[in-house]
Design a protein around this ligand. Structure first.
Ligand SMILES: *[C@@H]1O[C@H](CO)[C@@H](O)[C@H](O)[C@H]1NC(C)=O
Length: 233
């Protein structure tokens, strides 16, 4: 009794799913219909792994058939990559940026860096295997916005707020191709700051002591003051 509604539901799902999700891995669905072929496994492809060979090339090189995620059309510019972790090395004034490939054919990537003075600096082109790049020459205590751009023959991926002052707003920066990065002040600056604070504290305690003894001199110990006055005579 239960079998027929389940079967109907399954049939409905298998016919609906590919149409409802055009970007879903299409190759995965074909396997369910054709039971005679051996079940194919996903290719050893990670879109966030650095120096990752494109999945289509893995497929061509692989002796056994494997499956790739579906991609957008090569006739369209790529979707924006997703920027992940940004690790700042303050002492060396550099940052390492990680990203994940979009589900689109990509020919190359580059980074854009805004330092708050208008136009962004454009990094060198990085081939399609790259998922990591280094930003150099960052100023200690500086705040920057970094974006990763993907390009193919049809154009380049969208950068939020490009052309103006750079991307802004927390919603734009979360899970997008951009991220804000702050370089902490260098250790030398911290040492200077510590020396400054130390000096200020020392001056403060000196003036407190002077103030304290002046007050004592005036109101606190009249006898000693009198004695000293007598001695001087
Ligand atoms: C991409 O760049 C890396 C590092 O420079 C290099 O090892 C690799 O051969 C390049 N791949 C292609 C397809 O050009």
């Amino acid at each position: 009794m239960l079998a027929s509604p389940c079967l109907l539901w399954l049939l409905a799902m298998t016919s609906l799913v590919p149409r409802a999700q055009p970007l879903a891995p299409q190759d995965f669905d074909e396997e369910e219909e054709d039971e005679t072929e051996p079940p194919a496994v996903p290719c050893d492809y990670d879109r966030c792994r650095h120096l990752q060979v494109p999945c289509r090339e893995l497929q061509r090189a692989s002796p056994a058939a494997c499956l790739c995620p579906g991609l957008s059309s090569p006739a369209q510019p790529p979707d924006p990559p997703r920027l992940g972790e940004v690790r700042v090395v303050a002492e060396e004034g550099c940052a390492v940026v990680h990203w994940c490939a979009p589900f689109s054919p990509v020919h190359h990537y580059w980074l854009l860096l805004w330092d708050g003075s208008g136009a962004p600096q454009k990094g060198p082109p990085l081939n399609a295997t790259f998922r990591r790049a280094e930003l150099k020459g960052l100023k200690p205590g500086g705040t920057y916005v970094v974006c990763v751009v993907a390009a193919n023959e049809a154009g380049e991926s969208h950068v939020p707020g490009a052309g103006g002052e750079g991307p802004d707003g927390a919603d734009v920066l979360a899970f997008g191709p951009c991220s804000r990065l702050s370089v902490p002040p260098s250790p030398l600056t911290l040492v200077h700051a510590a020396v400054g604070v130390g000096t200020a504290l020392a001056l403060l305690s000196c003036s407190a002591l002077v103030w304290h003894f002046c007050l004592r001199e005036r109101w606190g110990c009249p006898r000693r003051a009198a004695a000293r006055a007598a001695g001087a005579l």
